[in-house]
Design a protein around this ligand. Structure first.
Ligand code: ATP
Ligand code: MG
Length: 206
């Protein structure tokens, strides 16, 4: 991959926000964009799944939770198009809410395969994590999503697999990984850690 990670055509710093379902990524990115814009920065949140769904809608799919059940070739095509569209955004911070892998009927499928990383060129990969128990509870209480049934043991397996996917993404893209804990009731703590990592925290060098 090239050496200009995160540069793109303009000055955008693209942040790949990854973590297993229910860990709190969407909650965290909403807060980050709020903090960044209040601090006078331009920032945009991009849900990778929503971008894929926009493309899939053109082919008649309506439920985002069915995306992961499409044939892998179709998911791959949607992923490519989404990554190419995201690369065109030019806000100072483009935060991409996505997954390191997706549980599909064919097995674990990478959310950031090399062709997606090449298009996105993330400046930083933020790996969000929480305790398996907290993730379990968050999945159960979130009625807005149709999530697959899972156990604490299954979540532990996902967390382990997440780690190995993120290591590969970092090596391939040259982007550093910032691991961020999102504890119960502690979204502010997680968002401060990300702000530091992207160079706009209270103690960060400007
Ligand atoms: P997915 O990958 O499925 O989109 P996600 O990682 O984006 O999941 P969210 O939708 O942000 O997860 O959060 C899942 C649930 O957990 C939501 O109900 C949210 O309000 C709750 N939640 C997120 N962070 C915290 C936190 N720090 N403390 C308590 N609840 C939280
Ligand atoms: Mg989400």
């Amino acid at each position: 991959m090239g050496e200009d990670s995160g540069g793109g055509g303009g000055e955008s710093r693209r942040i790949a926000m990854v973590g297993i379902p229910g860990v709190g990524k969407t909650t965290l990115v909403a807060r980050l964009v709020d903090e960044l814009t209040r601090g006078g920065r331009t920032a945009r949140v991009v849900s990778f799944g929503t971008m894929m769904l926009e493309e899939a809608r053109k082919k008649g799919l309506s439920d985002r939770d069915l995306l992961r059940k499409l044939p892998i070739d179709e998911q791959r095509g949607l992923q490519r198009t989404a990554a190419e569209r995201i690369a065109l955004f030019d806000e100072e911070f483009v935060i991409v809410d996505t997954h390191a892998f997706i549980v599909t009927p064919s097995g674990y499928y990478p959310g950031l395969p090399v062709y997606v990383l090449e298009a996105l060129r993330p400046a930083t990969i933020v790996s969000v994590y929480a305790s398996p128990e907290d993730i379990y509870t968050r999945r159960l209480k979130d009625a807005t999503r149709s999530r697959d049934k899972v156990s604490i043991g299954g979540i532990k397996t996902e967390l382990t697999f997440h780690q190995s996917m993120i290591s590969a993404c970092s090596v391939v893209s040259g982007a550093p990984v910032k691991a961020v804990l999102n504890p119960e009731g502690g979204i502010w703590q997680a968002s401060s850690a990300v702000m530091e990592a992207v160079g706009v925290g209270k103690n960060a060098r400007r």
